[in-house]
Design a protein around this ligand. Structure first.
Ligand SMILES: [Zn+2]
Length: 527
């Protein structure tokens, strides 16, 4: 065996534990030996390249972002207006007007990252206020959670939505007490307007290259694409496959099919050939909305809207049928469930399907799992349902949790409780639904339960650093059925690594910077 490269560094993985002076030997992109440097370094031949990282650095398996939206991120970067920094109506008006002035007048202004919880005003602008900000050009302002949008009258007019338009299935058109439109569209109601939008065009292939570099810069080497098909149907998949085939997408991608892609898979059309880089993995369903948007399905009214308990997107029988049809065709299922009633419904339907049609190797998941009740926690372990969670929400978006009423608050984001009751969690970012998707920030929030201001929320649910790092590597890979390929430092796995500064993994995470990212034995990123 000819070893191409030996990398020596302090390292951690589930299989090796922490080694203060460890090393990994790599041949043709695969790990061929790993352990104490004293055992690995002597394996070098005359041609082996020796790479040594400093004693205050840390080598880990490459991060696996098990739930994010790569193509949405590409689109956001390439053609959408970022509103993450907006903290007042005045700033919102200036940002919208600047974008309108820069355009050629034919494209709508589509803003992303907006959150009324960050505004001084602590509320959405009214439709009249939004019309004053941008009277002539259609504007759609998508909330950070992507489940709610504000639209101006120009956009409503182009879409033909009026006060008499009925709510679509799975959505709500905002109306005031007199029945007049508020300009707020929830869930599927957003599509009433978005299907008429003409945003600025996206350079998809160039954008994929630029976005992939941002992933490598954060140490991410593999991703779960959490709703492929939700932008342009099967075209989404074609864009990703073209980029990969032409060498522009050096990330390992496992797809959760949504909409037209999911329908094609369920009809038996593969669409994605399985390779070391890409494959079909999950069928994705959404069964409620978000806490920030007030559309997550909860058992008790929201703190600031006591009569609102959100709403379900599926009846029990419809959800059972959806899960069963994917399960029986050999697909795993990933269900977006945020409110405790949605989490309850999904766990019950999973339990019924798995009782009727047992399959030991399934990797069914619940995504987000933000609001729960204690009696639900043991069900994750009992049925092998993986909780796909995004602690980086806590780092950036404290406002969402604060909308829960007092009785539900102690059981929000129950990461340690799910693990303690025998369940497994897989971490991710939900990028681009967050201002930054760096895994070090997710691990910081997972291990400290703090937001970026340093406020702590439910410290008893903090994870030990080993559990958090494993959940962003080995368990995230397990959730994607890829534990024999990546997510750990083990002989036979892909040589995908991240090197961080900041020393021992018990030390703080939020200040760590990525020093190098390796994919298939090649260093693809250095600052
Ligand atoms: Zn998502």
């Amino acid at each position: 065996m000819l070893i191409d490269t030996i990398i020596r560094a302090p390292l951690y993985s589930r299989s090796t534990g922490y080694l203060a002076d460890g090393a990994c030997a790599v041949a043709e992109g695969i790990i061929v030996a790993v352990g104490a440097a004293a055992h690995i370094v002597p394996l070098a031949s005359a041609t082996t390249r020796m790479v040594r990282y400093a004693d205050d650095q840390l080598l880990l398996p490459g991060f696996v972002d098990s739930h994010q939206h790569f193509l949405s991120y590409v689109r956001s970067r390439e053609s959408r207006l970022s509103l993450w920094q907006v903290v007042s109506f005045a700033q919102l008006r200036d940002t919208l007007q600047l974008a309108a002035d820069r355009g050629d007048g034919t494209h709508w202004v589509i803003g992303v990252g907006y959150d009324q919880g960050r505004l001084h005003e602590q509320r959405h602008p009214t439709l009249a206020e939004l019309d004053t900000m941008l009277p002539d050009i259609p504007a759609v302002i998508i909330r950070a959670c992507s489940h709610i949008a504000l639209v101006n009258s120009a956009a409503l007019a182009r879409a033909g939505v009026t006060a008499t338009t009925a709510d679509p299935v799975g959505g709500r058109i905002g109306r005031d007490a007199d029945g007049a439109l508020t300009g707020i569209l929830e869930e599927s109601a957003m599509q009433l307007v978005m299907r008429h939008a003409t945003p600025a065009p996206v350079d998809w292939q160039g954008g994929i290259v630029r976005a992939a570099r941002e992933y490598h810069a954060r140490g991410i080497t593999a991703i779960g694409e959490a709703a492929i098909g939700h932008i342009q149907g099967v075209t989404d998949l074609t864009l990703m496959q073209t980029a990969q085939a032409e060498g522009r997408l050096p990330l390992r991608v496992h797809y959760m099919g949504y909409g037209a892609v999911a329908e094609a898979w369920l009809r038996g059309e593969a669409l994605v050939p399985t390779t070391a880089w890409q494959r079909a993995a999950y069928i994705k369903y959404f069964i409620d909305g978000t806490l920030g948007g007030g559309s997550a399905w909860v058992s008790q009214g929201y703190r600031d809207e006591v009569h609102n308990t959100g709403f379900p997107l599926y009846e029990d029988t419809a959800l059972y049928d959806a899960i069963a049809s994917a399960h029986q065709r050999g697909y795993d299922v990933a269900i977006h469930a945020i409110g405790d009633r949605a989490v309850d419904q999904a766990l019950r339907m999973y339990a019924q399907v798995l009782t009727a049609y047992p399959r030991a190797t399934h990797r069914h998941r619940l995504e987000h799992v933000e609001s729960t009740r204690p009696e639900l926690w043991p069900l994750f372990g009992a049925y092998g349902i993986i909780a796909g969670v995004q602690p980086v929400f806590m780092w950036f978006e404290e406002s969402d949790i604060s909308r829960l009423p007092d009785p539900l608050l102690p059981y929000a984001h129950p990461w340690a409780s799910i693990v303690r009751h025998g369940g497994r969690i897989a971490l991710g970012s939900d990028n681009p639904v967050v201002p930054d998707f760096a895994p070090v920030l997710g691990i910081a929030a997972a291990t400290t339960r703090q937001n970026y201001h340093g406020q702590t929320f439910g410290a008893h649910e903090a994870l030990a650093w080993q559990v958090a790092v494993d959940a962003y590597t080995a368990d995230a890979a397990y959730a994607l059925h890829a534990e024999q390929e990546y997510g750990d430092l083990r002989i036979g796995l892909n040589a995908d690594f991240v090197v961080l500064d900041g020393g021992h993994p018990a030390l703080p995470w939020h200040t760590r910077a990525v020093q190098a990212t390796w994919v298939a034995g090649v260093c693809v990123y250095e600052p």
